[in-house]
Design a protein. Structure first.
Length: 200
């Protein structure tokens, strides 16, 4: 079964990281707008078991729309975040949502994400913008060694590796700031990477 190995870092601005990607001859693969809906049982059984269940609608620039159901297993202890990840592409977001609810799962949070995907050093580098939280970069690869090598190439070795998922960070932010809304949308971008030259 596929295993997701990744390192996530918070960014103060995407532009410095984009310049480093360009200097490293990274290849821009896709520009994606996502809507992510996470599910759990009413008793939060998945959260207690450190599992995740998500329906993601991806609008990929010049490629169309894709709907993916993802199950994430418990995190494996180690330096980087590593966990089993199983995905299934489906035809309809509405049918996927209806099926999961029929099985007893309920949506707990929906949030947008803007993502620019690059390929570098055998890894995927995801430059992400999220509502409320701002900018992040995720490096996902086949091994800790590959991920950390790309991290060093991008001069992120002194940055903290974040182990929390985006949904955990968004839920913590909402709780801290007394936000009851479970649907979090991004405004139209004030900073766009489309105007910057494609890396690679």
């Amino acid at each position: 079964m596929p295993v997701e190995i990744e390192a996530k870092f918070r960014l103060s601005s995407p532009h410095a990281l984009h310049r480093r990607l360009t200097q490293a001859s990274a290849r821009r693969v896709a520009v994606i707008r996502e809507v992510n809906t996470y599910f759990d049982t009413p008793d939060r059984d998945l959260k207690r078991a450190d599992r995740g269940l998500r329906v993601r609608v991806e609008e990929v620039e010049s490629q169309g729309t894709r709907v993916v159901i993802t199950h994430k297993g418990p995190r494996v202890h180690g330096r980087l975040k590593s966990r089993q990840e199983d995905e299934c592409v489906v035809a309809s977001a509405e049918e996927a949502l209806a099926m999961l609810q029929a099985l007893g799962y309920r949506p707990i949070m929906t949030f947008d994400k803007r993502r620019t995907r690059f390929a570098l050093g055998g890894c995927r580098v995801e430059l992400d913008e999220l509502p409320l939280l701002g900018w992040f970069v995720e490096i996902e690869g086949p091994s800790d060694k590959a991920v950390l090598a790309v991290r060093d190439t991008l001069k992120l070795e002194s940055s903290e590796i974040l182990r929390a998922s985006y949904i955990a960070m968004l839920q913590a932010y909402a709780a801290e700031h007394g936000l009851a809304d479970s649907i979090l949308r991004l405004p139209e971008p004030e900073i766009t990477l489309d105007a910057l030259p494609a890396a690679g």
